[in-house]
Design a protein around this ligand. Structure first.
Ligand SMILES: C[S@@+](CC[C@H](N)C(=O)[O-])C[C@H]1O[C@@H](n2cnc3c(N)ncnc32)[C@H](O)[C@@H]1O
Length: 367
């Protein structure tokens, strides 16, 4: 890494840590003070993957915000470790390893007709046209449990269809979400230590980030995971529409965030975009994330925090409880709450970036 590159990395990292606990980036400054325009060359070695990363980046940083990140990375991942990636799937019933009973299906096109079996309970899991169903109810014929509304709503075909056709874009209007491309650029800083490893896009929805992860070439394996079969269907269709989408080492998985179908200590990175507040139990979910992450693995997530002027709303905690009981949606009221959640689940090094109600958090499994 040349001097400019080192300065860029240090400045970005220190900026992010400055905002740990106390950061409230009131807005993403649109006319930033341009302090530098680095073109760093980064060489990084993931413990499992030999990774060569060339980054040509253009960051704009002001004293108040990480504003405009426009990064293009080209990466060469020596895929000798892909084999170990294929060992990460686990039975959601007993968490023991799953073995392919057909050819390993770590490709979008290999999923139809593929099947896996648990080495302990012998339950089998099959792939359908679009995804592998690794829910505990997968394969059940008559039994099924309804989830809270905040999960069920995304299973509706219409909601899944509309998600990338206006629904997600509305988060920028009311919630300060910077939008997928910019969010991806922001999270790349958090993900730097695990580039070249595998990544789970948990609650991927229609896969807007999963697709970016895959096309970036920054990860050796991308698992797009969601509970909604219709969201996965949308993701599958978007992929089919793209002529040169890299379908190898990309797999769509249906699973419940509270029962992740991965071996403990097997995952390098978990991303969860705009999903923490939709999960039936953020605590159970983040505990699962922590279980599957390897030591040094990174969790990065976005959600919103109802604070600032909302703090003065009377009985806010009671209101939050009522919303949660009716919809299953968990409304976060402070950064400290999110940090506490991560810490309670054994994750350390909490960092966050704010923009209005929007927050991006990151925490790491201790080494
Ligand atoms: C608001 S969308 C976020 C989609 C995408 N990650 C993004 O950044 O736009 C929330 C997603 O969480 C998923 N979800 C809700 N409950 C879930 C659960 N129990 N397990 C897995 N995914 C769940 C929904 O199906 C939905 O796709």
């Amino acid at each position: 890494m040349d001097t400019k590159g080192i300065m860029a990395a240090v400045t970005v990292n220190s900026l992010i840590s400055t905002y740990t606990h106390t950061s409230t980036l009131s807005s993403f400054n649109r006319s930033p003070t341009r302090l530098f325009t680095p073109t760093p060359t980064v060489s990084s070695f993931h413990p499992k993957f030999h990774l060569r990363l060339r980054a040509s980046s253009s960051f704009s940083i002001s004293s108040t915000a990480l504003i405009d990140a426009n990064t293009t990375d080209s990466i060469e991942v020596e895929k000798e470790a892909i084999e170990s990636s294929s060992n990460l799937l686990a039975c959601p019933v007993c968490y023991d390893s799953l073995t392919w009973t057909s050819d390993p299906g770590f490709s979008v096109d290999a999923i139809p007709g593929s099947s896996l079996q648990c080495s302990t309970c012998r339950k089998t899991y099959a792939g359908n046209q679009t995804h592998l169903d690794l829910t505990t109810t997968g394969g059940a014929k008559t039994y099924g449990e309804p989830m809270p509304a905040s999960t069920e709503i995304f299973r509706l075909p219409l909601v899944s269809f509309l998600y990338e056709r206006g629904w997600r874009q509305s988060f920028s209007v009311w919630g300060g979400f910077p939008g997928p491309e910019k969010e991806f650029e922001l999270m790349k800083d958090f993900l730097k230590p695990v580039l070249g490893g595998n990544i789970i896009d948990a609650s991927c929805g229609s896969g807007l980030f999963s697709r970016l992860f895959s096309k970036s070439g920054l990860f050796s394996l991308v698992v797009a995971l969601d509970y909604s079969e219709n969201m996965l269907q949308q993701c599958y269709e978007f992929i089919q529409q793209e002529e040169s989408f890299p379908k190898e080492n990309f797999v769509l998985v249906r699973a419940d965030i509270s029962r992740l179908p991965f071996l403990s200590n097997s995952v390098d990175a978990v991303h969860a975009g705009a999903a923490l507040h939709c999960w039936p139990s953020p605590l159970a979910a983040v505990a699962e994330v922590s279980r599957v992450l390897q030591p040094g693995g990174v969790f990065v997530a976005t959600t919103y925090i109802v604070d600032g002027p909302f703090t003065f709303v009377p009985f806010l905690s009671t209101l939050r409880q009522n919303i949660s009981q009716v919809s299953g949606s968990y409304v976060f009221l402070s950064e400290r709450e999110l940090e506490d959640l991560c810490r309670a689940c054994g994750l350390v090094g909490f960092k966050c970036i704010r923009n209005g109600l929007f927050v991006m958090i990151s925490a790491t499994k201790p080494i």
